[in-house]
Design a protein around this ligand. Structure first.
Ligand code: HSE
Length: 305
């Protein structure tokens, strides 16, 4: 009774849709192995070097598994071995990948007894520890695949949106931003004219995904509420964004709560040019970074064996 899954990174918010839009990525992805046992214990092992606690009451995957155990009448124990390739605190949905990957793996071992909505619910219990808020814009795409609108988390209401033909270029400057801290600095209230502008962009972006209209995507990838506040936490954010737009990006912004920055483009050559554009900014600044050129993952968590 063992399963191995790959659980992908993602991009929460997709610029204007704070907490309500998210997408899953083909790269990078964590590898999670899970074994079902007869006792009621949860054991977590990490084979990565990120120093993540293996205490199941603190570990995100452990908490998500415990949410499943609490829900079931029978006793079920789990032994998880997690190799994270998505760096925690990157903005690429690392905690969501742990939480979503583990609940999909557990559901597989239990005979696919849960709905996707239930899986999102269990995984959100885990992610709450990392972010201090209930939001599913990273978890849902990891479970449903593709691009999702999270209309509500109470009850869970997820709408899967068609994926446009775009490439996604990412730069991750090697600083860590905790989601909980990046949420704590946000304004509690928003002026009406800014809200109007924001929901116009969200609606237009979703329409652009349905029609694969890259010009509309480009106009709609704007955030005048969250980005102006959070971008101050990311060194050289404005420079990266400005240069990428000059070099043919459709648009982009902070990946989740940062510090990773992503840009969409409509062909692989441009995606490569954007990678070099982003890299050159951090190279010049002497800041370590990682880059990825990837695409939207239509499946989400994948059973490998
Ligand atoms: N919507 C979340 C945020 C994504 O921006 O805080 C990060 O987990």
């Amino acid at each position: 009774m063992k399963v191995k899954v790959s659980s992908p990174a993602g991009i929460g918010n997709i610029v204007c849709g704070f907490d309500v839009l998210g997408l899953s990525l083909d790269l990078p992805a964590d590898i999670i192995e899970l074994e079902l046992t007869g006792d009621n214990k949860t054991i977590i092992h990490h084979t990565d070097d990120f120093g993540i606690s293996e205490d199941p009451d603190v570990n995100i995957a452990g908490i998500a598994l415990k949410a499943i155990q609490k829900h079931l009448d029978q006793q079920h124990g789990f032994i998880a071995t997690i190799k994270k390739l998505i760096r925690p605190g990157s903005g690429l949905g690392s905690s969501a990948a742990s939480a979503a990957g583990i609940v999909v793996a557990a559901d597989h071992l239990l005979g696919n007894i849960f709905t996707k909505e239930q899986l999102v619910q269990f995984a959100m219990e885990g992610e709450y520890i990392a972010s201090g808020g209930y939001h599913a814009d990273n978890i849902a795409p990891c479970i449903y695949g593709g691009i999702n609108i999270i209309r509500s988390v109470k009850p869970i209401d997820v709408i899967k949106v068609p994926c446009p033909d775009v490439y996604i270029t990412i730069v991750h400057p090697m600083i860590e931003i905790k989601t909980s801290e990046a949420r704590a600095i946000l304004p509690k209230q928003v002026e009406l004219y800014k809200a109007v502008n924001q929901w116009a962009n969200i609606a237009a972006l979703v329409a652009a995904f349905y029609s694969n209209d890259v010009a509309l995507m480009s106009r709609a990838l704007n955030d005048n509420i969250i980005e102006p506040v959070r971008s101050r936490l990311i060194p050289h954010f404005d420079e990266v964004k400005e240069k990428c737009l000059q070099h043919g990006a459709l648009g982009g912004g902070i990946a989740g709560s940062g510090p990773a920055i992503f840009m969409m483009s409509n062909n692989i050559e441009k995606a490569g040019i954007l990678e070099e554009t982003m890299a050159s900014v951090y190279r010049k600044a002497g800041i370590e970074y990682n880059t990825y050129v990837t695409t939207i993952n239509k499946q989400g968590v994948k059973i490998l064996s």
